[in-house]
Structures are given as structure tokens and as C-alpha cells.
Design a protein around this ligand. Structure first.
Ligand SMILES: [Zn+2]
Length: 69
């Protein structure tokens, strides 16, 4: 079965044992997607963990990067 990438509208082949909320990566644009529906198969952008973190943690991450340089 195939599902359409919401980013570039490419038809992405899904494995026969694909389950709801499985994560897939678009082979065309590299978007991280998750299966939000199976009847019919439908994909939506997967939420990156980084986006769920608070701004304070983002600032910490930037500080660490500066120290690395
Ligand atoms: Zn795509």
C-alpha cells in the first residue's frame, strides 16, 4: 500500500505490516512522517522530540554547542 507525503506529494510505499503511528522517512524529500491512519493509509509530519522541549532546554543546547567550538 502507498501513502502520500504531505510535504512533496510523493507516493511512499508502506510495508504490509505497517501499523498506526509507525515512523517513515520520505525517500524523496527526507521528511519525517508518521502513519496517522491506515484506512486509507495517511501520513502526517512526525513531531520531533526537540519541538516538544521548552525554550530553556533549547538555550542549554546552544550553550553546549558554543563550548564545543
Ligand atoms: Zn516527501
Amino acid at each position: 500500500m502507498n501513502a502520500e507525503c504531505p510535504e512533496c506529494e510523493t507516493e511512499i510505499p508502506l510495508a504490509p505490516d505497517t501499523e498506526l503511528w509507525d515512523l517513515v522517512e520520505c525517500p524523496n524529500c527526507g521528511a519525517h512522517l508518521e502513519v496517522i491512519d491506515l484506512e486509507p493509509p495517511e501520513l502526517d509530519y512526525a513531531l520531533e522530540e526537540e519541538e516538544l522541549e521548552e525554550e530553556d532546554e533549547d538555550e542549554e543546547w546552544l550553550d553546549e554547542e558554543e563550548e564545543g567550538f
